[in-house]
Every structure is written in structure tokens, then in C-alpha cells.
Design a protein around this ligand. Structure first.
Ligand code: PEP
Ligand code: MG
Length: 584
């Protein structure tokens, strides 16, 4: 039995079998075959191509069933690349004329094509290079006779272990077969954490190198509450965790009763709890979990899971679906926020050494009118169907916000008017408060913004100068750092002074911190749908006065750990019976 510790990012305890996502590339030495074996070698290559194709087709079908045609198109493009006559002919030619082994020929041909692509200046190229690498790995795996369990081939639930997952890999996971996710890399605020919460899959990131210690099929316990991964547990430990799982199930079932209950504190102060979503299909879940609206629709995932940008019609269909599901409740659609760990390679024409500080969020939108306009038009059109609101991400200057609202949005409105397409002329336009400069300048933003939403993930990243997805500095990525508490408090005070509605949609809106956030003056929180019932439940245990006293005390403490311990103990005192299980 071995125990590894990582960063828990979505709670829940599971036991299951390990599925290790292959991470290392293959290294193929120069190999040659005898003249008499050339035809056999070519046959081996063709069989490998067929097997690779079958594998991709399975992935395509699984993705189509889970997420629809547009996401399945990612795999269609891979099939076309695999069957490209230049790749097939060049490889066979090398085997025939140079007597290369099939493996060696594949490596040489793929390497050559990748290098050629690298010379071309085109924004779509890096994704093609990734596809080529993926195809190369598949071919080599079949040639080397190594059986690869593709995720599309999964027929029974497993615990997925990987070095890291790309946003599109995480987004394509089939919840039915993935019991939990554990990655070596990644931090609390990274995309894997956000998507695991969307899919409601227990998840631990940042375990550091541990894949070498696990074999596919090993029994594992993943404790998403504490961050422990137990490899090949002994019977005693398994038994202990079985009891925890039963208690967890009972607790989760008891939360169902909060679905239709309004969130309020013990003294009757109304709290509004909305949902953060990343995909349109999550809207159903948000409704089922009792969300009072969508507080944050992270629309970049509409782009990240596919090869081409969504058309205006596809955007509109996605937004319409969410608006229809929410049946009159507010839906805050955030315009795309690529960049940092959610980079869309086709829009990063230069290598950014510091992508978190680079061309992301509203900066990218303002430089790319075609892309921005397409999304703005679709959001505006959806505003004719319900309570839709627009939010701009990563705003760091007043000028940016004004350009986005007064120029870009106004132009899109003008176009729709000319085309006689209906939209809400009074659509509320707000911004994420997630860059320290926005907090400092909030009174000026108040002249234009209709609402503010505090993004504690980026606010923490930029205030603490700490990469939100880097496990090495995760100890500094703490939204309950006193510096962040002060910025939140300041934001709430200024927003209230100017009567601008303010909410919080970062991952800080969780059971551990809810009382602190109420004490800091927030009355509107948006969180992953899975956390809504728990937040409602906790709110009922406290009065606003108790929360205020807690926040006042926390604001006087000078380090995050002491604040966390204080808040945790306070919560335990106030709501002791909620602590039967390890989760909170
Ligand atoms: C945030 O930064 O807190 C936020 C909610 O936005 P995202 O996590 O998508 O960057
Ligand atoms: Mg953000």
C-alpha cells in the first residue's frame, strides 16, 4: 500500500481500478529490415493504420453520444489526417526504398511533416501538430504491440490517472466511466479543477510524480475530500473508506431537501445562490440543484473543445438552450476568456512567455473584432428570449470596459437593429472583478458597469503573483489570504456605495468560505452546481451578525492559514452536526 498526497479540488471518496493515461512518447531508434521482409513490414504498417483509425472512430462515436456532433468533429479531422495519402505513401516509400522498419519510418515521416508545419505561419498549425503527434503515438503503440486502453473503449468505470489533462481531454470525459481523476500536475484554480466540478467527478491534482508507482488495474482509493490517493490499499483501510462512502452518500441524499429551499441565513437574510457552468448541458443540472440563475457561463469551452470557432448560430443555440432551461431566471454569459491555461492555440500567434499576463480575456476580444462580434450578436439575440446579461472577463482598465461596452457591443446592437433582429436594448452589462487594478479603480468602473462579479481565482493569481494552475506554488494560491479578503471587502463597499449589484463567482464560493463571504457583505454567490445545496444548508445555521463578526475578526488576522483555521473552527462550532463526514 502506498499513499500520495495531492490538492483536493472536487470532493467525494471512491474506490476503483486505475486507468493510467499514457503520457510518455515513444523513442524509436533507427531500425532496418531485410529486403525479404519489406512486404511484411508494409503490411504491419497498414494494420497499424487500420487499428489507429478504429480507435479514433470509437472516440468520435463516444464523443458524439456524450456531447454531440460539433465535439465529435475533433476526431473526424484526425481521421482525415491519418489517412492523408502523403503520410501513407511517404511511410511506405521509406520502408520500401530505405528498408526502414515501420516504426522508424513512421517517426521519420511524422517528424518531417511536423517540422514543415512549424515553418508555416498560420494560427491553426499548432493544433494540427498536436494531432500529428497523437496519430504518431497511436501508430507506434500498435506497431510496438502495446495494447492501449483508449478512454473511448472504456466499458466499466475506472479512476483516471494522468500527468495532466488538456481542457479538451477533460471536457470529453465520459462521466459514466470516470469515477475520479488524479493528475500529477495542476493546481486549485486550473481547468481540470473547474471541469471536474462541472462534471461532478471527485478530483485531486498536483500529486507530483506518482504514475511510476501505479499500474493499470491497481486498486485505488481516491479521497477527494482530503487529497489522499491510496494505491493498493490493505483490507483495513478499504473497510474504513467503505464506511466513509456510506456516510457521504447519506449526507448527499439529505442535501436533496435543500433543492427548492430559498437560501437564507437564520435571521432571514436572503442569499442568492447561482450556478457556474461551462457547457450548455449543465443548465439542466443547475436547475435540478436549485440554482437561482446562472451566475457565470464560461463560454470559452464552446471553442476549446473543437477545431473551428462556433458560428453565430451555434453560439445562439447554446445560449438559447441555457436561457430556456433557466425559464426566466438570470443568465450571465461571460464573453470568451481564452488565454493562460485555457489557451486557444489558433489565437496565440506568438509564443507568450507569460500567458497569464498576455493576450487573454477582453484584451483578445478587443483585438479580434470578428470573433467578438460573432459572440456578442449571439448573446444579444438570446437576450430577446429571457433575462440574459453580458459579462466581460479580465478587465484591467476603464478604457477596455468602455471600448467593449460603448463600441463593440454598441456596434453589434446597431447591426442587429439594421437587420431588424430582436434583442434587449437594456441588456445589463457587467464585468469580472479579477484584476487588482479593477478593485482599485472600481468607483470609475461604477460609472459604466451594471454589475460586478468577483473572480477570486484570477484575483488571487494576480494579487499574489502565483500561477493558479501550478502545484509547486499552490500553498500561495489561497483565496482566503488576508490580501484577498481586503480586496473583496473593498469591492463590496464600493459597489454598495454606487448601488451596483455585486456577486462572487470564483471557486472561493464554497462551503468552507461561505460564512466569511457573507460576513464580507456578499449576498449573491455563484458556484459549481454540486455545491449549491451545501451552501444553502450552511447559510441556515448562522445569522448575518455572526458572519459579520467572523469577517471582522478574519480581517485582523495576517496570514491565510490562521484565517482558514479560525473560519473552519467557527463553522464547526456553529454547525457541528454538519461535520459527520470529512467533507467541508
Ligand atoms: C475567476 O477568475 O475567479 C473566475 C471565476 O473565472 P475563471 O476561473 O474562468 O478564470
Ligand atoms: Mg477568471
Amino acid at each position: 500500500m502506498k499513499i500520495f498526497q495531492g490538492i483536493p479540488v472536487f470532493p467525494g471518496v471512491v474506490t476503483g481500478k486505475a486507468f493510467v493515461q499514457e503520457a510518455e512518447g515513444f523513442r524509436i531508434p533507427e531500425q532496418f529490415v531485410d529486403a525479404g521482409a519489406l512486404e511484411t513490414e508494409i503490411r504491419r504498417f497498414r494494420i497499424a493504420v487500420d487499428l489507429a483509425k478504429d480507435e479514433i472512430v470509437i472516440n468520435r462515436e463516444a464523443t458524439r453520444n456524450a456531447l454531440g456532433q460539433t465535439f465529435a468533429d475533433i476526431f473526424e479531422a484526425q481521421i482525415q489526417l491519418l489517412l492523408d495519402p502523403r503520410i501513407l505513401n511517404n511511410t511506405e516509400e521509406l520502408i520500401r526504398t530505405q528498408h526502414f522498419s515501420a516504426e522508424h519510418a513512421v517517426t521519420v515521416v511524422m517528424g518531417k511533416h511536423t517540422n514543415t508545419l512549424r515553418q508555416i505561419e498560420n494560427v491553426f498549425i499548432s493544433e494540427k501538430i498536436n494531432d500529428l503527434r497523437d496519430i504518431e503515438k497511436r501508430l507506434l503503440r500498435h506497431l510496438l504491440g502495446e495494447k492501449k486502453e483508449t478512454m473511448g473503449m472504456l466499458r466499466s468505470p475506472v479512476i483516471l490517472l494522468a500527468t495532466n489533462l488538456t481542457p479538451s481531454e477533460t471536457a470529453s470525459l465520459d462521466k459514466q466511466f470516470i469515477q475520479a481523476i488524479v493528475t500529477e500536475l495542476g493546481g486549485q484554480g486550473g481547468h481540470t479543477a473547474i471541469l471536474a466540478a462541472a462534471l461532478e467527478i471527485p478530483c485531486i491534482v498536483g500529486v507530483r510524480q506518482f504514475l511510476g508507482e501505479v499500474d493499470g488495474g491497481d486498486t485505488l482509493i481516491v479521497d477527494g475530500n482530503s487529497g489522499s490517493v491510496i494505491v493498493r490499499p490493505d483490507e483495513e483501510v478499504l473497510e474504513r473508506y467503505r464506511r466513509i462512502m456510506v456516510a457521504d452518500t447519506t449526507r448527499i441524499e439529505s442535501l436533496d431537501s435543500f433543492r427548492d429551499v430559498e437560501a437564507a441565513t437564520r435571521d432571514g437574510t436572503r442569499i442568492s445562490i447561482c450556478a457556474n457552468i461551462e457547457f450548455p448541458f449543465e443548465a439542466e443540472n443547475a436547475v435540478q440543484r436549485g440554482a437561482e440563475g446562472i451566475g457565470l457561463f464560461r463560454t470559452e469551452f464552446l471553442y476549446l473543445t473543437r477545431k473551428e470557432d462556433p458560428t453565430e448560430e451555434e453560439h445562439f443555440t447554446a445560449y438559447k438552450h441555457v436561457v430556456d432551461q433557466m425559464a426566466g431566471k438570470p443568465v450571465i454569459i461571460r464573453t470568451f476568456d481564452f488565454g493562460d491555461d485555457k489557451t486557444l492555440d489558433r489565437y496565440s500567434t506568438i509564443v507568450e512567455h507569460n500567458p497569464a499576463l498576455g493576450l487573454r480575456g477582453i484584451r483578445l476580444a478587443l483585438k479580434n473584432w470578428r470573433l467578438f462580434r460573432c459572440q456578442l450578436r449571439a448573446i444579444l439575440r438570446a437576450s430577446a428570449l429571457g433575462d440574459v446579461r453580458i459579462m466581460f472577463p479580465l478587465v484591467s482598465t476603464v478604457k477596455e470596459f468602455r471600448q467593449a461596452k460603448r463600441t463593440a457591443l454598441r456596434d453589434a446592437m446597431e447591426e442587429l437593429r439594421e437587420e431588424k433582429i430582436a434583442f434587449n436594448e437594456e441588456i445589463p452589462v457587467g464585468m469580472m472583478v479579477e484584476v487588482p487594478s479593477a478593485v482599485v479603480m472600481l468607483d470609475k468602473f461604477a460609472e459604466d458597469a451594471n454589475f460586478f462579479s468577483i473572480g477570486t481565482n484570477d484575483l488571487t493569481q494576480y494579487t499574489m503573483a502565483v500561477d493558479r494552475g501550478n502545484s509547486s506554488v499552490n500553498h500561495l494560491f489561497q483565496a482566503d489570504d488576508p490580501a484577498i479578503l481586503r480586496l473583496i471587502r473593498r469591492t463590496v463597499v464600493v459597489a454598495n456605495r454606487y448601488s451596483i449589484p455585486v456577486s462572487l463567482c470564483g471557486q472561493m464560493g464554497n462551503p468552507q468560505n461561505i460564512l466569511l463571504l457573507l460576513g464580507l457583505g456578499l449576498r449573491n454567490i455563484s458556484c459549481a452546481p454540486g455545491a449549491i445545496a451545501r451552501l444553502k444548508q450552511i447559510c441556515r445555521y448562522v445569522s448575518i451578525e455572526e458572519c459579520r463578526a467572523m469577517a471582522r475578526k478574519a480581517l485582523r488576522i495576517s496570514n491565510a492559514k490562521d484565517i482558514r483555521d479560525y473560519v473552519h473552527n467557527k463553522l464547526k462550532q456553529i454547525a457541528a452536526e454538519l461535520f459527520d463526514s470529512a467533507e467541508l
